[in-house]
Every structure is written in C-alpha cells, then in structure tokens.
Write a protein that binds this ligand. Structure first.
Ligand code: ADP
Length: 268
C-alpha cells in the first residue's frame, strides 16, 4: 500500500504545486492521475520517487516514509520504483542495451557503474527485458536511431531492470501516436496484471484512462478534486469529465486490434 498524506510541494520560486494531497493506492492498482497541464501530476510522481523533495507531508510505502528517508534507505526504496518519462529520457548517443543496463545502477557498486561495467547476469537480464518488450533485435543500435514508440519501450525495459514493485509513468504516451500509445499502455497493463506491479500513471486522454485504469484521481491546481473507481470512470460522461478535468475530454483514438474488447470504455 502506498499512502500519500497531506503532501505539499512549494517550489523555490513560491509556486505551490501540490496542496495537502492525500490518497492511498493498494498494491497491484493501476492508478491514473488526470489533470490539466500544470495541475501538479508530474510534481506528484516526482515527489514519490524523490526526484524532487516534498515540502511537507508523508509518503508511506512498505513501512518507509519516502518523503523523509535519506541515504542508503532512500537508495533501497528508489530502486524498487521504476520511472517512465514522457520524453523517454534515454542517453541518445548510447546503445539501447547500455540504456537498459543503466536501470541496474541502483544495484551496482559505484566504481563499477562509473566504468560502465555490468555483470553477465545483468547483460542477460537486459536482453530478457528487451525481448519482453519485443525489441531485442534493436539492442546494439544507438537509442536515437529508434522510433518514438521503440524508445519508450527502451524506457520501460530500463525501468524493469530495477526489478521494481512500482512504476511511475509520467505522461508516458503523450509523445506517441494512437496505436503506439495503446501499445505502450498495454505493456504497462501486462506488467500490472502479470507481474502484479503497482502502476501510477498520468494521462490526459479519456479513452486511455477508461481503458487502462483500475482507479483514478483528478488534480486541479495541486489539489485532489476527484477520486473514482474503474466502474465510476467507465460510466463517466463527457460533461462529468469536463467538470473534474476543467476542459473537454480528448481522446487518443485508434487502438490495437481487439484492444477495446471487454473494456466497456469509450468506443474508438
Ligand atoms: P503537470 O505535470 O500536471 O503539468 P507540474 O507538476 O509540472 O504539472 O507543475 C505544477 C505546477 O508547478 C505548475 O504551476 C508548474 O509551472 C510549477 N512547476 C513545475 N516545476 C517547477 C519548478 N521546477 N519550479 C517552479 N515551478 C514549477
């Protein structure tokens, strides 16, 4: 269980990005965070893995307060939390394999990682992760030679190298076309269903939210303005969505063949 309690983030320039945000996420959920640009989604995800330091509040996960933990304990917690970014955050000039291996850094001694040395076992793991994402044949290409969808798969493979218990995905499909967006979302869904990973993912297309989330929170101006279950979000009308979200529902459309089966989501 992840429990976020009264989380507040004030940036140095005085911007209050999160105000007293509280919610809990049982293990194995696929929680989607919705909200307009600037509502605090990215700040929230970044506070959870401490890419940024919260100003106040608690983030309790596996008995540890992630908001305050430091040093080795922080390192240990962080390696169980994979991060997937909108713009992939790959080292463009490095090979795909090296990018994936870098997900292992939390497990590697610092001198080895400085030298870029990884064990045979790590190499095997990296190739397995790439196979799972369907891009093992791209392992030795430079990261920037891959298409956007493939680069995001590398991003997911890198997160998998951490053997994470939770994945935080910050608008993971915002830079992708509809088919690729569904393809990445389906891979995250597989990790959620098959590996029982907890997923926290920010999205802004209503059809993706309805198709993939098991629960939803809505943020507006740094505050939680909505909490809904899968069935609540699926029966949500465009008007209700607009009330929570602040703007008309957008849809990514598209989808893989058979993708919308049993989803009860918006027809595309
Ligand atoms: P979202 O992910 O929903 O677009 P963000 O978390 O990026 O929202 O931003 C929330 C608010 O915090 C916005 O007002 C944004 O301008 C502000 N913000 C984000 N990062 C910084 C920063 N490093 N310094 C100051 N303000 C920031």
């Amino acid at each position: 269980m992840l429990e976020v309690r009264n989380l507040t983030k004030v940036y140095n320039d005085g911007t209050v990005a999160l105000k007293n945000v509280s919610f809990s996420v049982p293990d194995g959920e696929f929680l989607v965070v919705i909200g307009l640009s600037g509502s605090g989604k990215s700040t929230l995800l970044r506070c959870i893995n401490r890419l940024i330091d919260p100003t106040e509040g608690e983030i309790i996960w596996n008995g540890v307060d992630l908001a305050k933990v430091e040093g080795e304990a922080l390192r240990k917690s962080r390696r169980k939390i994979g991060m997937v970014f909108q713009h992939f955050n790959l080292v463009k000039r490095s090979s795909v394999l090296k990018n994936v291996l870098s997900g292992r850094l939390g497990y590697t001694s610092s001198w080895k990682s400085l030298l870029g040395r990884f064990s045979d076992e790590d190499h095997q793991k990296a190739m397995q992760a790439l196979s799972r994402l369907g891009i093992a044949d791209q392992a030795h290409k430079r990261a920037d030679e891959l298409s956007g969808g493939q680069q995001q798969r590398v991003g997911v493979a890198r997160a998998l190298m951490q053997e994470p218990e939770m994945i935080l995905a910050d608008e993971p499909v915002a830079s992708l076309d509809p088919v690729l967006a569904h393809s990445i979302m389906q891979r995250l869904e597989n990790l959620n269903k098959e590996d029982k990973l907890t997923i926290l993912c920010s999205l802004h297309y209503l059809d993706l939210v309805q198709r993939y989330s098991t629960s939803v929170i809505g943020l507006r101006n740094g505050e939680v303005v909505y909490r809904g279950s899968r069935s609540e979000i699926q029966s949500m009308t465009d008007n209700e969505f607009k009330e929570i979200y602040g703007e008309d529902a957008e849809r990514v459309g598209g989808g893989l063949e058979g993708n919308m089966q049993n989803s009860g989501g918006t027809a595309v």
